[in-house]
Design a protein around this ligand. Structure first.
Ligand code: C5P
Length: 392
């Protein structure tokens, strides 16, 4: 999910941050709120948390906050940091590199773009101290939106009103850069399916879900509207993403059909190829004898998507092989009517890194072993290029 860390400092305009959170989430952003102590006098952390659907961070010295997401991660994990409202006080602290609370520590530690939406009394805005601080911050590459002129909450007239929410949204879109997959929809399957034998046993494949989740996140960051359909995973589905749990291959196929049509399909799930014909109603007793379980082939989701009447423009599958990688992947490309097959080695299964080769009828790109997040970025880049070239 593209993520904004929203710092709310203490001013009357803080109430507008609530509307901003709502609109940002509508636009597909995940919003992680950070409030200064004085902001809590103007809006309650409870309403901020409810609208953001996230915990509110606030105290630099809270050990639980540090354990959950340390201030350095808060500073670095966002795509963008927005300060709205930005008071004269927080800008003065930023200009001088102070870091005596979480908000200012995050602002000092960040290497992400920062957007400030100042809001204050017109005399404070006009004061030479504020003018100089703004000049310093602008010279350091901080972005500004507003303030606007007009009637102030304090009864005065002048410049100091926080920019309106649509203007802040427009500034955010401009700074966050191109979202080349905006308007595109994507379905990503991830994780392992489980095919029950009885109420406690099942057949499954090894899969952590890491690569699929990384791809879903990278596509969302590029602006695509992503649905993640996942089996059992060792990682959480991204917060705020439309995610559907499907335990079995049949359930996963039902979910995929419900979500189609889409522009992009990526089958990163390890779908079990066979399922027991019969599922015992009770736990099967141990008899000491040999036993036979009759298996039926499951639906091949990738192949069915490739042959579907509502076939996505770009269908991508994975091939995990232990031998003859290239030949098997080549055969899979045709058999499953996929546009691309991403070949990965079995060594990637529970690892942090992955070594991928992209195979299509037209090309063959081999990447070195890189992190699964980097793999996701490279694949997303190829997808963006594919659509930019207007390839069929
Ligand atoms: O045939 P194989 O299982 O090796 O193909 C792997 C690719 O096919 C993966 O993209 C996987 O998600 C997909 N697949 C599927 N449904 C199945 C089996 C595999 O979508 N039943």
């Amino acid at each position: 999910m593209p993520t904004i860390h929203l710092i709310i400092s203490g001013g009357i305009a803080a109430y507008k941050a609530l509307e901003l959170i709502r609109r940002l989430r509508d636009a597909g952003w995940r919003v992680v709120p950070v409030m200064t102590r004085s902001a809590a006098h103007f809006v309650t952390p409870l309403s901020v948390a409810a609208l953001a659907g996230e915990k509110v961070y606030g105290d630099l010295f809270s050990l639980t906050d540090e354990a959950e997401m340390g201030h350095i991660r808060l500073a670095r994990d966002a795509d963008l940091i927005v300060v709205a409202p930005a008071t004269a006080n927080i800008m003065a602290k930023m200009a001088h590199g102070e870091a005596d609370d979480l908000a200012t520590a995050v602002l000092l530690a960040t290497d992400r773009p920062v957007l400030l939406a100042p809001a204050m009394n017109p005399h404070m805005w006009d004061h030479v101290a504020t003018r100089e601080n703004v000049k310093t911050l602008a010279a350091r590459g901080m972005h500004f939106v507003g303030p606007n002129g007009g009637d102030m909450a304090c009864g005065e007239v002048g410049t100091g009103r926080m920019a309106e929410v649509p203007d802040i949204l427009a500034a955010i879109e401009k700074i966050s850069g191109a979202r080349p997959l905006a308007g595109k929809t994507a379905i990503v399957t991830a994780g392992a399916t489980q095919e029950p034998i009885d109420p406690v046993r099942f057949i499954t494949n090894g899969s952590s879900g890491r690569q699929g989740v990384a791809i879903a996140k990278a596509l969302a960051r590029a602006g695509a509207k992503v649905t993640l359909i996942h089996g059992v995973m060792q990682v959480d589905a991204p917060v705020g993403m439309n995610a559907i749990f499907a335990r079995t291959a049949d359930e996963m196929w039902t979910a995929v059909q419900q979500v189609l049509p889409a522009d992009i399909f990526i089958g990163a799930a390890a779908v079990a190829d066979y399922a027991p014909v019969e599922i015992a109603g009770q736990k099967i007793k141990k008899s000491g004898e040999e036993m036979t379980i009759t298996l039926r082939p499951t639906v091949d989701i990738l192949k069915s998507v490739g042959n579907h009447t509502r076939r996505p423009k770009l269908v991508i599958g994975f091939a995990l092989e232990t031998e003859s990688h290239f030949e098997n992947a080549q055969a899979k490309l045709a058999a499953k009517k996929s546009d691309w097959i991403l070949i990965n080695d079995v060594s990637a299964m529970h690892a942090e890194d992955n070594k991928i080769t992209l195979l299509s009828s037209a090309k063959n790109i081999e990447w070195p072993a890189i992190s699964k997040d980097s793999v996701a970025r490279m694949i997303t880049e190829e997808i963006v290029n594919h659509f930019a070239r207007g390839e069929p």
